[in-house]
Ligand binder design. Structure first.
Ligand code: UTP
Length: 600
């Protein structure tokens, strides 16, 4: 390739020349073909090398390793090789929880205690193409009763855990890492800064930006040049699996370990229910001493969500891993189960559905990463032009997934899962209104509409379990999606971090009608003999203790349908298909410490 570069070669720095050598050895001569001599396009050429150096630096093993891995994976893909060849699936062991029972409550208690040794990692580098929202997903309101965005809700949940966990002991600061990408970094930082980090100390939050990887033009893994600019390589996201290498190379894991931390909890950008499952799941990790604990939900056989599976190889290897639903069924059929993935006596598949929230024990995690550098097994998914599989419709790239981390673990690793009821733990916002409306009946929409309604539903079911009389939902259609509309109950995470805490704040005979809205924005708000038919908003500073009761009746907040195409409405509302008309409410605000009683 030095010759393809001509005189340009002599103008390169030694590291640049070294990179040219590696690229040449890996069949990348086309990158520099027909380059004009020195003096022409020099700035562009420099930018090209800057990009190459960045791509080389950000991939474990550098660009040479990337191209070699790509060639191997592309050849396997062309040959139709099954990555699970030689593996037999079986049902792994884990813990199945039922919300509110004694077991659950005990795990919650343990989890809250352990939280002082926890660090959180939020993967938020995704483009969100399926949702198609113009902002970052973290800035979307999780629900529109309070308007709190996902990031605010997450941070307040972590702060609530931090406070509950510190009780009686020294104050801890639970660290939060947010993995961003070029697509989300600036806007994530701005969201944090313009909201004073939603109450966290800015030093508690670390942003780690993932880099994109080079695109590939063909089965020879030739790097794809940007059609608009011969001095630029096309790049695309590498997937959330990058989080492991980034955490490792940043040195933060070691810092956490030295500070006595024990758990790392990974979560995603738009699941408004997740923190209802975190305390108990962390309790499971601690009690069962799981090195890896995957959060899961019951899964109907063949449902389009990955199944957590134990895979045992003929050579003795064994792992507990997420198997995508379209691979699980054929794998079972090929392994002596002629019916493939079928429901068992519980009415669900014995392979629980992976929701991609992981709890890792820090010590074994660091030990493993010191062997792998955080590299996660990758895959490639080229869209071929035809059956000959010789060329692609558009360039492809290698990808990796966070949940594939256990693939390299030794068989001695303790890998388990925690199954939670879906209503409690999982309602992501991934799909735009049009696509969600096309989801086959009975399958989850995973839209902004269903994500918000799921929060009300979960809060209602939890309060019911705590003895609150909550009216049944009505079914309504928004943006072509049929959803259950429950009373709009919301609370701050610090009010209701665990079920025991919630039970301690609700007493007597309480009831709420279907059309009602109840927002509890304070820590020490106690609901006693309250009957609500309308809207009630109670806000109180932490050291104001407020008892709320009596009968509240007003015209409340009505739900109005809007169309997702109606551009006169804000995008964050359009994508849900509804908005609140705040006709009338009782709103009480306690901004001074003290004891108060609100009796309507
Ligand atoms: P999703 O599956 O929701 O993918 O990612 P996405 O890229 O955000 O959305 P689509 O596929 O374009 O519609 C699950 C989680 O992983 C993060 C996302 O931000 C989300 O929290 N993610 C995804 C990353 O951090 N980096 C990536 O490269 C991809």
């Amino acid at each position: 390739m030095a010759s393809a570069l001509g005189d340009n070669y002599n103008h390169l720095s030694p590291p640049q020349q070294e990179l040219v050598k590696i690229l040449s050895e890996n069949g990348q001569d086309h990158l520099f073909r027909d380059w004009p001599g020195p003096g022409v396009d020099d700035d562009e050429k420099k930018a090209f090398f800057d990009q190459l150096i960045r791509l080389d630096w950000s991939y474990p093993g550098g660009l040479g390793a990337y191209i070699k891995n790509a060639k191997r994976l592309l050849a396997d893909s062309k040959a139709g090789k099954n990555p699970f060849d030689g593996f037999t699936p079986s049902v792994p062991t884990g813990e199945t929880l039922t919300f509110g029972d004694e077991n659950f409550t005990q795990f919650e208690e343990t989890g809250v205690r352990e939280a002082r040794k926890a660090a959180f990692v939020l993967v938020a580098g995704g483009l969100g193409e399926r949702l198609g929202y113009s902002g970052i997903k973290l800035a979307l309101p999780a629900e529109t009763t309070t308007g709190a965005c996902f990031l605010q809700h997450y941070i307040e949940s972590i702060l609530a855990l931090q406070e509950a966990s510190s009780e009686g002991g020294s104050q801890t600061h639970i660290p939060l890492v947010i993995m961003t990408s070029d697509d989300t970094h600036g806007r994530t930082l701005e969201l944090l800064e313009s909201n004073s980090y939603f109450g966290m100390q800015s030093t508690q939050v670390t942003l780690l930006k993932q880099e994109k990887v080079a695109c590939l033009d063909d089965n020879e893994a030739r790097l794809a040049l940007d059609p608009q600019n011969r001095y630029r390589i096309q790049t695309k996201p590498h997937g959330h699996g990058d989080v492991h290498a980034l955490l490792y190379s940043s040195g933060i894991l070691k810092k956490w370990y030295d500070a006595g931390l024990k758990w790392v909890l990974f979560f995603q950008d738009t699941n408004g229910l997740l923190f209802k499952a975190i305390p108990s799941a962390l309790g499971v990790s601690a009690s069962k001493q799981y090195h890896v604990n995957s959060l899961a939900v019951p899964r109907k056989a063949k449902e389009a969500i990955g199944g957590i599976t134990r895979l045992t190889h003929t050579d003795g290897r064994s792992m507990v891993i997420n198997v995508e639903y379209n691979q699980l069924d054929p794998l079972l059929r090929a392994s002596g189960y002629p019916d493939g993935d079928v429901n068992c006596e519980t009415g669900y598949s014995p392979y629980p559905g992976n929701i991609n929230q992981l709890i890792l024990e820090l010590g074994p995690y660091i030990e493993e990463l010191s062997k792998t550098g955080g590299a996660i097994q990758e895959f490639v998914n080229p869209k071929y032009k035809d059956a000959s599989k010789t060329s692609f419709k558009s360039s492809t790239r290698l990808e990796c997934m966070m949940q594939d981390y256990p693939k390299t673990l030794p068989p001695s690793a303790r890998v388990g899962f925690t199954v939670m009821e879906t209503w409690l733990a999982y309602a992501p916002v991934k799909n735009n209104a049009e696509d969600a409306a096309k989801v086959p009946k009975g399958n989850p929409y995973h839209s902004a509409t269903s994500g918000e309604m799921a929060i009300y539903r979960a809060n209602c079911l939890i309060l019911r379990k705590a003895g609150f009389q909550v009216a049944d939902p009505v079914v309504q259609i928004f943006n072509g999606q049929e959803v259950e509309v429950w009373p709009r109950i919301t609370w701050k995470p610090k009010w209701g971090l665990t079920f025991s805490l919630i039970k301690s704040k609700v007493s007597g005979h309480c009831s709420i009608s279907q059309r009602s809205t109840l927002a509890i924005k304070g820590q020490q708000i106690f609901i006693e003999n309250l009957s609500l038919d309308g809207a009630l908003i109670i806000e109180a500073v932490d050291n104001a203790e407020v008892k709320v009761g009596g009968s509240v009746q007003n015209n409340g907040w009505s739900l109005e349908t809007i169309d997702h195409k109606d551009t006169s409405e804000p995008e964050a509302l359009r994508i849900r298909g509804f908005k609140f008309n705040k006709v009338e409410q009782v709103e009480k605000k306690y901004s001074e410490p003290g004891k108060f009683h609100f009796n309507a």
